[in-house]
Design a protein around this ligand. Structure first.
Ligand code: PEP
Length: 247
């Protein structure tokens, strides 16, 4: 797996202009961690201003529509994200899959639109607690990858996959390092099955209750190439503690 550890903050529906101070602080501090790739995904309303306020860190969207433009009230296209200064977008977050009914096919179309617009993609996958309890976690995640990995030319180079067990998001619970290792290996195998050699280069992030006190351990797991961080990315202090653990 190539590249620097990638630590991405997903601000979700949090943040007004005051939050730009956190972005500035993260950006300033990122200069001290040249061996870590740092990015934040603010709400869409702050993408342009975050890009303006920050020189070093990546800035991304949290979702995009699969179409470039049209009669889709309230939606934002990948082209618009790019135009606002985004470098990448998250697609397929479990909150989108659950609260907005997004299917694997929807997620794949969004990922392909994002790549076509010149954005990187962080594609989220993860099992629910009942799926894990039933021993189906790897099968569920494998099926999500089969259904939602983009198939456009050059896809693996601009793709990261975030493994986010749904039951670990925002709960303070994390899987054991053994379970993370097993799932990341299974994701790697599936990516190689999907993309061939290119699948070996896709960065696989872990997400779900990553905090300063567990980041070290999680980031040391084989095939964990970074972290997608929700709650702990909302202040520069807590986010930078995780960035520091990756350095
Ligand atoms: C997320 O929602 O992507 C996430 C990982 O959230 P948290 O870190 O708060 O669990």
């Amino acid at each position: 797996m190539a590249g620097l550890p990638y630590i991405v903050g997903n601000w979700k529906m949090n943040g007004t202009r005051a939050m730009l101070n956190e972005a500035r602080a993260i950006d300033r501090a990122a200069a001290r961690f040249p061996k870590v790739q740092v990015a934040v995904a603010p709400p869409s309303t702050l993408i342009y201003r975050t890009r303006d306020a920050a020189d070093i860190i990546g800035v991304g969207g949290q979702d995009c529509h699969a179409q470039e433009s049209g009669a889709f009230t309230g939606d934002i296209s990948a082209v618009m994200l790019k135009d606002a200064g985004a470098d990448f977008t998250i697609v397929g977050h479990s909150e989108r899959r659950t609260l907005h009914g997004e299917t694997d096919a929807d997620v794949k179309a969004k990922a392909e639109a994002a790549l076509a617009a010149g954005l990187g993609v962080i594609l989220c996958v993860g099992e629910t607690e009942s799926e894990r309890d039933a021993g189906r976690a790897e099968a569920v995640v494998g099926a999500q990858l089969e259904g939602s990995c983009p198939q456009t030319d050059g896809a693996p180079e601009k793709l990261s996959v975030a493994y986010e067990p749904v039951w670990a998001i925002g709960t303070g619970r994390v899987p054991s390092v053994e379970d993370v290792a097993a799932m990341h290996k299974s994701i790697r195998d599936k990516l190689v099955a999907i993309y061939g050699e290119g699948g070996a280069e896709v960065r696989i992030l872990y997400g779900g209750s990553v905090k300063a006190d567990n980041a070290n351990e999680l980031l040391a797991v084989p095939e964990v190439g970074g972290a997608l961080v929700g709650g702990a990315s909302l202040t520069a202090e807590s986010f930078l503690a995780i960035v520091g653990a990756a350095a």
